[in-house]
Design a protein around this ligand. Structure first.
Ligand code: ANZ
Ligand code: ZN
Length: 844
């Protein structure tokens, strides 16, 4: 409170007291459920869907949330003032592991813990005066939401987009459960520090996002309202790569198909290399104990590197299998190796190694003494060539049989077609993007609406999958459940949940006991906001076509890939299911920077966490929010400095004092019939400020400079105090200045502005008042200041009309008394006039 209480006003004007103002206004706003509600579609106003990423209900907001929401709130309020029909919702990404951890630690049921946290955080948001329409609130852990996850999952299953397959997962032998990557800490289980995580194969549910790989990639080009860096990250994540599949025959074994982007170098292949997990590796190892042991060792080492997060960084290592493969282009035999840097799940998990023209292959060949064979060069007569030579665009083939002399790029195309025509390969496209594994062996998530029919029947083998009918939804997550350290899906230990009947034959069946990845919840929550109470469908198509795409989405850049790709995928699926007609969910995306403290990311362990509640207690909501917007451009990191918040309080104090002092401006007796110079100057500054802020809202949202501009304006107002007091500025001008000032602050400091608005007799709700329009004529800088020098020393500054020519500037300078005093009686040697810059009299 210190900052506020220290502000002592001696002139009898009521002082600024956020602790009194803020709760008073919030109570008024809370009592009016229509205040932030969207209007009907036929309101005649353009729609504006303003969205901030929904938080995980951890229990308390942190200052990074405050920044995120202050940006969205300023934007929503501005759009209201600009006459839009605004949708500004909020909800809770409420499933996930922390609730289970809390249950383990404190013995509170996950649901109770989560809902308690939500209540606390909603209260904090309300205290912050955020303009959410709580009637549209979405809580993903409640059946009225997650039933629609299940519903869409069933639709995906019917459309062949949800399927089961075996995949490798992290496995903790003590928990006997699969761990998400985040639960693997330094290669060990998050619950068992002494237990190394293993990899194992498990049958899991997958969503076929790869079906949309090309569309997800192409769509990036239409998203010009998205930051370039996010689009690049998504592009790399999708990782589309054009190349060729080529079959190498192996005696007595299945052929090996390699994926290469450089089939033009195939005459230079001096080995074939397999991932340790490759089927042919396994086939060889089955007949070769030594090889089996070596591969085993490699897998163990590779796992450690995977867990450390970087396969690329480990030392390249391989073993020869002693077997050979046939290069189909020239019939040559090349040795087959198993190498640790070949990824099992990229391409085909097998490559042809061309050490003369590939960096990694070169390194590997050097280490193991494998031969180098040059097959491309800048031109056919090149003798000396530093290897590896990677040329592509400019390269031609050498020593490549019938292909010698061909240009590299053309050869790639022709050789791919040749392989296809001869039945040993084909041109292909490979993606880094993999289908999305959504099964989690966790309790606190959406139950997957599938059962396994025990006995089986027509079309269903014993134990086979049977989807539940829509009428069986929602599959309710049982609430009375003991969360223990025991392994396996917690739901598997609830017989009342597991044991059910097959919807097809009525015989005994087991429910799927895995739950869905929580990224499912966040992939479409923003469609639910538009129709949050609908209990017959996820949302109405008609409403979706009105509100979508989202006009502005605001959140952290850490969601650039997973959440923001899954959401795009989900939108395309729903479009293909006929539920919506938009191709993309989000028109414009803004990624705000982080809030840091003392140069470091805030964390409990560093003890540098800033509590929003503490800031609000000390400085009030408006100052805290203003500071969060003022202290850095919204897309940059912000270093939180408490003195800065105090500075904002002093600024607000000044605005408060001035506004109240002149609120009776109409009563100030002004002697002036027309406008005065002082009045004109103030109006110019006012409209310049307004112009700038209006622009900042439509461009990059550099609210920091918007607020700085208001501060400058307030300085000018303060400087004009004597003129105002002396009645030298018309009352109407004074009134316009303060009215506009309060309106300009409304998007950023809602409580403060609401209070001042009512104090100056403003009508209605301040942030439903039409945003003032800047008068370009008034804003025009119609004067310019020109420094005048005599012999290079500054003597004075003259004011002339903007755009004045040389003669006018010269005349003005000569008319200035300070100038004439200096040059009188002397000889003018030279007069230098740089219009708009300076005048210099050189005299003797
Ligand atoms: C022979 C060759 C010669 C290659 C040459 C490159 C240069 P991008 O562009 O990322 O798709 N590769 C293929 N599958 C792999 C796997 N599972 N693990 C590790 N490396 C793999 O990379 C494609 C290239 O990466 C492929 O083209 C292959 O090496 C390698 F002068 O084939 B190349
Ligand atoms: Zn059955």
């Amino acid at each position: 409170m210190s900052e506020i209480q220290n502000q002592h006003e001696s002139d009898g004007i009521q002082r600024y007291n956020p602790a009194e103002i803020e709760p008073r206004w919030q109570a008024l706003w809370d009592a009016d459920p229509t205040l932030y509600a969207a209007e009907p579609h036929d309101s005649g106003k353009p729609k504006y869907y303003c969205l901030e990423m929904l938080p995980y209900p951890s229990g308390a907001l942190h200052i990074g949330h405050v920044r995120n929401y202050a940006i969205g709130d300023a934007l929503a309020r501005f759009m209201w003032m600009r006459g839009h029909n605004v949708l500004h919702p909020m909800g809770w990404d409420a499933f996930g592991l922390p609730a289970e951890n809390a249950a383990l630690k404190n013995d509170v049921p996950p649901r109770e813990w989560t809902l308690g946290n939500i209540a606390a955080m909603r209260k904090q948001m309300q205290r912050l005066g955020l303009s959410y329409d709580w009637a549209t609130e979405v809580t993903t852990c409640l059946p009225d939401y997650y039933r629609w996850n299940q519903w869409i999952f069933l639709k995906m299953y019917a459309a062949g987009l949800a399927y089961r397959k075996k995949s490798r997962v992290n496995w903790c032998p003590k928990c006997c459960t699969v761990l998400a990557n985040e639960q693997v800490i330094n290669g060990r289980c998050w619950r068992h520090e002494d237990t190394l995580v293993e990899q194992c194969e498990l049958t899991q549910w997958f969503l076929r996002i790869t079906k949309y790989a090309d569309e997800l990639l192409a769509g990036l080009q239409t998203l010009d309202g998205w930051p370039e860096k996010v689009r690049t990250m998504q592009k790399n994540w999708i990782g589309r790569s054009e190349g060729t599949l080529v079959d190498f025959a192996v005696e007595g074994e299945e052929k090996i198909t390699v994926f290469t982007t450089r089939v033009d170098t195939i005459f230079g292949a001096t080995s074939v290399q397999l991932a340790p997990e490759h089927a042919v590796t396994k086939a060889f190892a089955a007949k070769d104990e030594l090889l089996a042991a070596q591969v085993e060792e490699m897998l163990a080492q590779q796992k450690a590197a995977r867990e450390a997060g970087d396969l690329g960084a480990i030392e390249k290592h391989g073993v020869s299998t002693g077997r050979f493969a046939v290069n189909p282009f020239n019939g040559e035999l090349v040795p087959i190796w198993v190498a640790n840097y070949i990824l099992a799940d990229y391409g085909t998990g097998a490559i042809m190694s061309v050490p003369a023209h590939d960096e990694r292959d070169f390194e590997f060949a050097q280490k193991y003494g494998l031969p180098l064979k040059r097959v491309i060069a800048p031109n056919v007569d090149t003798d000396e060539l530093a290897l590896p030579y990677l040329g592509e665009d400019e390269a031609v083939l050498i020593d490549s049989g019938a292909w010698t002399g061909e240009a590299s790029l053309e050869a790639q195309e022709k050789m791919g077609a040749f392989a296809k025509a001869n039945g040993f390969g084909t041109p292909t496209v490979t993606y880094r993007l993999k289908d999305w594994g959504v099964s989690r062996q966790r309790y606190w998530g959406t139950p997957i609406p599938m059962v396994y029919c025990e006995e089986g029947h027509d079309g269903v083998e014993p134990g086979g999958v049977v989807p539940l009918p829509e009428s069986a939804l929602p599959v309710i997550l049982p609430e009375q459940i003991q969360i223990t350290q025991e392994g396996g899906s917690p739901l598997g230990r609830v017989p009342e949940f597991v044991n059910t009947t097959c919807p097809l034959c009525g015989g005994p069946a087991r429910r799927e006991t895995d739950t869905m990845d929580t990224f499912v919840d966040s992939s479409w929550y923003f469609y639910r906001y538009i129709d949050a109470k609908n209990d017959t469908e996820p949302f109405s198509k008609e409403k979706a076509s009105y509100w979508f795409p989202i006009d502005q989405y605001i959140g952290g850049v850490e969601h650039a890939i997973l959440h923001l790709i899954y959401s795009r995928f989900w939108t395309k699926v729903m479009r293909d299911l006929g539920m919506i007609s938009n191709d993309e969910p989000v028109e414009r995306l803004f990624t705000q920077g982080m809030v840091i403290k003392d140069g470091a990311k805030m964390s409990k362990s560093k003890g540098n966490v800033v509590s929003p509640d503490l800031m609000i207690d000390r400085y009030g909501v408006d100052a805290t929010r203003l500071y969060a917007l003022f202290a850095a451009p919204p897309d940059r990191d912000l270093d939180w400095q408490e003195e800065g918040v105090g500075g904002i309080v002093r600024f607000l104090n000044r605005v408060h004092r001035l506004t109240l002092k002149y609120k009776g401006a109409h009563a100030v007796v002004s002697m002036l019939a027309g406008q005065s110079v002082a009045g004109q100057r103030l109006l110019r500054k006012l409209h310049q400020t307004l112009e700038k802020i209006t622009q900042d809202f439509s461009g990059r949202w550099h609210f920091n400079t918007s607020i700085a501009a208001v501060m400058e304006l307030v300085n000018d107002i303060q400087a004009a105090e004597p003129a105002m007091d002396a009645g030298e500025i018309p009352a109407a001008t004074v009134a316009e200045v303060f009215r506009t000032l309060v309106l300009m602050l409304a998007p950023f400091a809602p409580f403060f502005s609401a209070e001042l608005w009512s104090q100056i007799g403003g009508e209605g709700v301040v942030f439903r008042t039409q945003w003032p329009v800047a008068d370009a004529e008034l804003a025009k800088d119609d004067e310019m200041q020109v420094p005048v020098q005599v012999n290079g020393k500054l003597v004075t500054v003259v004011t002339v009309a903007a755009g004045s020519d040389q003669d006018v500037v010269k005349a003005a300078a000569m008319a200035d008394l300070k100038v004439t005093a200096r040059i009188e009686g002397k000889t003018l040697v030279k007069l230098i006039v740089v219009p708009g810059k300076l005048v210099n009299f050189v005299v003797k």
